[in-house]
Ligand binder design. Structure first.
Ligand SMILES: Cc1c2[nH]c(c1CCC(=O)O)Cc1[nH]c(c(CCC(=O)O)c1C)Cc1[nH]c(c(CCC(=O)O)c1C)Cc1[nH]c(c(C)c1CCC(=O)O)C2
Length: 341
């Protein structure tokens, strides 16, 4: 049994003493302990070594003490397993030497045997669960099919992902075939993660907000919904769509346990759009952690008042930035623990 199950209770919509808190990208570069390991091994090597991945996962649990851990890994290990080469370049980010640009390229993409190609993730989950010793739940994750597609086609990060969008609009049949392959792989992958021991899963649709509301339904949401349908049978599912406030109404009708929101959508609007009943997660502006500590704490308390303490998980509106001081990150977490309604 978990010693701290606040996070799972909030996902189930139960009443809580205070809302749970964790931070997207909490295992990351703002921690000196993370940077020390970073100097020793390159990015995907760290993902592939279960002991290292587990160590990075529990670092924030020791240092800033959130109510949930998120497995250290990356959304791009999935395309790697699908026969799409992905590198992580220093100061550049993801880099794909051979992006997908044609129907013939899509033919080369495989739905892998998860055990064979991503077994190292399952090993990392098992080691992490032992290290966590039932202190807090462990979150597993995957990118949304659309977000993975963005990298697979664009070949690198982008401000607008217009090559990826252009592929959808000019070669829709090939685009949908690729999106479906990613979806099928992601379902198999997340099911294995649940078997290996994660307590909940989050789907990151980081680039969903690049699409118009109509295109979002066609190229992103219909695939996320397949994942939610398959996974909600066995675990709690959180869907985080960056910039996807326009889809909250549709998302709230799904079997997801919670929806993530970013800081461009007010708590009031998010509650209104999502119908007021589903658990919401977010939405502190990550740059706001640069404010003085008393300001951070005050703003966190106001944010909880606005969302309400129940059916709410405190988080940032996107990942923590690398230059945030550790004591500011800790203040964010502490503010939630000090909250009195
Ligand atoms: C789009 C995306 C990626 N990866 C991820 C997303 C979705 C979330 C989001 O939108 O931020 C998800 C991700 N990536 C990482 C995690 C670990 C768990 C966590 O702490 O949240 C998670 C959940 C580790 C990571 N993934 C990456 C790092 C930094 C790599 C390093 O320098 O060591 C970490 C800690 C690398 C990465 N990985 C990716 C990019 C664009 C980059 C480079 C940009 C950057 O440096 O932030 C792809």
């Amino acid at each position: 049994m978990l010693k701290n199950d606040l996070f799972l209770r909030a996902l189930k919509g139960e009443q809580v003493e205070r809302p749970p808190v964790w931070m997207m990208r909490q295992a990351g570069r703002y921690l000196p302990e993370f940077r020390a390991l970073r100097d020793k091994y390159d990015f995907f090597t760290r993902c592939r070594m279960p002991e290292i991945a587990a160590e990075i996962t529990v670092q924030p649990i020791r240092i800033i003490q959130p109510d949930a851990a998120i497995l250290f890994s990356d959304i791009l290990v999935v395309p790697q397993a699908m026969n799409i080469e992905v590198e992580m370049k220093e100061n550049v980010g993801p880099w794909l030497p051979k992006p997908i640009r044609s129907a013939a390229d899509v033919d080369q993409v495989i739905i892998p045997n998860i055990e064979e190609s991503l077994g190292y993730v399952m090993e990392a989950i098992k080691v992490t669960k032992e290290m966590l010793n039932n202190e807090v739940p462990l979150i597993g994750f995957a990118g949304s099919p659309w977000t993975i597609f963005c990298y697979a086609v664009e070949g690198k990060g982008s401000k607008s992902f217009d090559t990826a969008k252009g592929f959808c609009f000019s070669q829709p049949e090939a685009a949908h075939r690729l999106l479906q392959k990613i979806t099928d792989t992601t379902i198999l992958y997340l099911k294995e993660k649940v078997k290996a021991g994660v307590n909940a899963v989050q789907i990151f649709d980081s680039w969903g907000g690049m699409l118009s509301p109509v295109d979002y339904q066609e190229f992103s949401w219909q695939y996320i919904r397949q994942i939610v349908d398959a996974l909600s049978e066995i675990t709690e599912v959180i869907v985080f769509g960056k910039g996807c406030w326009f889809a909250l109404h549709e998302m709230a009708k799904s079997k997801a346990s919670a929806l993530g929101v970013d800081w461009t959508c007010s708590a009031k609007n998010a509650r209104y759009l999502s119908g007021g009943r589903i658990t919401l997660q977010g939405n502190f502006d990550p740059s706001r952690l640069l404010s003085p500590i008393p300001t951070i704490k005050k703003m966190v308390h106001e944010m909880i008042d606005e969302f309400g303490k129940d059916r709410y998980i405190v988080n940032l509106g996107h990942g923590i930035l690398p230059h945030i001081p550790v004591d500011h990150a800790k203040a964010f977490i502490d503010a939630v623990k000090e909250y009195k309604s």
